[in-house]
Design a binder for this molecule. Sequence first.
Ligand SMILES: Nc1ncnc2c1ncn2[C@@H]1O[C@H](COP(=O)(O)OP(=O)(O)O)[C@@H](O)[C@H]1O
Ligand SMILES: [Mg+2]
Length: 284
Amino acid sequence: MSAIAPSAEPAGNGATTMSPTATEARTGEALLELSGITKQYGPNTVLDDVSFTIHQGEVVGLLGDNGAGKSTLVKTMSGVVLADEGEYLWRGEKLGTINRQETEKRGVETIFQDSALVPSMTITRNIFMGREITNPIGLMKIKKMNEIAAQILDSVVTIEGIKSPNQLVGSLSGGQQQAVAIARAVHFKRSLLILDEPTSALAVRATEALLNYLLQLKKEGVSSVLVTHNLHHAFQVCDRHIVMNHGRKILDVRREDTSVEELTAAVVEGPEGLRRHREGKPLA
Ligand SMILES: Nc1ncnc2c1ncn2[C@@H]1O[C@H](COP(=O)(O)OP(=O)(O)O)[C@@H](O)[C@H]1O
Ligand SMILES: [Mg+2]
């Protein structure tokens, strides 16, 4: 799996601005639509006929217990895992080829749960891996990249203890490494940011900063998908919630039509929990 596939586009710092297509589109338009996605690993059906749409400027929570298929769905959305069946539509158009290069071209940026950082390289090199800023003869502009790295680490993920973007990633704590993965995705995002359990190793303040950042992105028309175990975090920022259970989508609901209690019942107990909650019965 590779979060570090080389870009199909030249990198350059132009990547920080939104693509023209992202700014032209109206808020609420369908951005990414997955339809009938099925994925088998050997005899196990990990995703079973999953369909949903992510709209422009929408923050969507992707919830579910361990093993529900969230990370596999994230990888399918990012183009690093190919579904056995189903369609991938981007702004209403069916994608013929689905891979990381194609999704990256459209501005999909992912923080994978098992983030692909290289411990023996600096923070800067990790942030720009595969998308280095170079001069016309192909030499890397290290100073420029260091400046940008320091800037992102300062503005989006305020993490304590990082002294210089020249520090090796291997010398950082789990939370700090996660912040580098976030910084990387945040810098290159243009239309859809997918975060697979990004806050699991983050301190409270860094978590709040990240959640607020998603709301700021939304104002700019950038959508995000947040995978989290913390339903309160999800409820705080997400416009809509999708709950997965054993590879199936069992709930897809707008924030105003649900509650933390209903989401908890769905995540913890699956379809039976949902039924129980709707009938107003207490947990057995
Ligand atoms: N590459 C793989 N090969 C075989 N089984 C896998 C692979 N990736 C995930 N799985 C299985 O698919 C199921 C869903 O996993 P995953 O998508 O990681 O769930 P979640 O992120 O919701 O915890 C699990 O049973 C897991 O063991
Ligand atoms: Mg997972």
